[in-house]
Design a protein around this ligand. Structure first.
Ligand code: ADP
Length: 233
């Protein structure tokens, strides 16, 4: 099982987030297509063609910017662990996620412990964990509710908490959520890989995951990491 969890595609959930990005990409692609079609019609009028080509170049650059932004968060670079400030990584992740859910009625609340010690982690993988948990939480709240993100120091450990007041889970579901391909969602919304990816990443960081959930009341994921103890920990 551990092996399966590790091999699960850790980009799966980013795929869901990309629904928004795909939408953004449609616009420059539509103008590239449109101006290319115009250019073929006016192929004998170089002045027009030059203008259309310029539009095509502008739209392509725009599309490239969108993709660059996206890649920041789905970089397949494995395990670049460094001393990181979890608060900063989470804040940056939320700054990416929040505007993409501007249309849904979700309140995002963050409480970051200002005294949080650093951890040894791969920032892009931590972002992946955040994205997967937040997208699940948003689904569970059916686009309406409060999502709370917290960090806290717990003795020699650092905690990251993602809490929603969504539909919650029964015991039978809870027991299966980390299994690859376990999903209660339809094909369009679930791959069943999100939490197995979270599990794989957290294990690779010597962390633990605790889940509390109650039907109708919501779910709280608490992830705990060891604090940074120097380069050779
Ligand atoms: P997916 O979201 O693609 O189904 P996951 O591995 O991320 O795959 O989640 C597995 C299942 O765990 C979900 O289908 C859902 O039933 C349950 N689940 C995960 N997070 C939550 C949550 N915050 N609230 C309620 N159920 C959840």
């Amino acid at each position: 099982l551990e092996d399966q969890l590790r091999h699960a595609d850790r980009l799966a959930k980013v795929g869901q987030l990309t629904a928004g990005v795909a939408h953004e990409l449609n616009e420059p692609l539509a103008s590239i297509l449109g101006f290319a079609q115009l250019a073929t019609k006016k192929i004998d009028a170089p002045v027009h063609v030059a203008r259309y080509l310029d539009k095509i170049i502008q739209s392509t650059l725009h599309a490239r910017e969108i993709i660059k932004k996206m890649m920041l968060f789905s970089s397949p670079v494995p395990n670049h662990k460094a001393k990181i400030d979890l608060n900063a990584v989470l804040a940056e992740g939320m700054a990416f996620i929040e505007p993409r859910f501007a249309k849904v009625d979700i309140q995002f609340k963050s409480t970051f412990d200002p005294e949080l010690p650093p951890i040894l982690a791969d920032a892009s993988q931590i972002t992946q964990v955040l994205i997967n948990l937040v997208i699940n939480a948003i689904h569970a709240m059916d686009s309406m509710g409060t999502l709370t993100l917290r960090t806290a120091r717990a003795g020699r450990l650092v905690q990251m908490v993602v809490q929603d007041n969504g539909i919650g889970m029964d015991q039978q579901t809870l027991e299966q959520i980390f299994l690859p391909f376990f999903t209660t969602k339809d094909l369009d919304h679930g791959t069943g890989l999100g939490l197995s990816v979270v599990h794989g990443i957290v294990s690779a960081h010597d962390g633990t995951i605790d889940v509390k959930s109650e039907i109708g009341n919501g779910t709280t994921f608490t992830i705990t990491f060891p604090t940074y103890k120097g380069k050779d920990q």
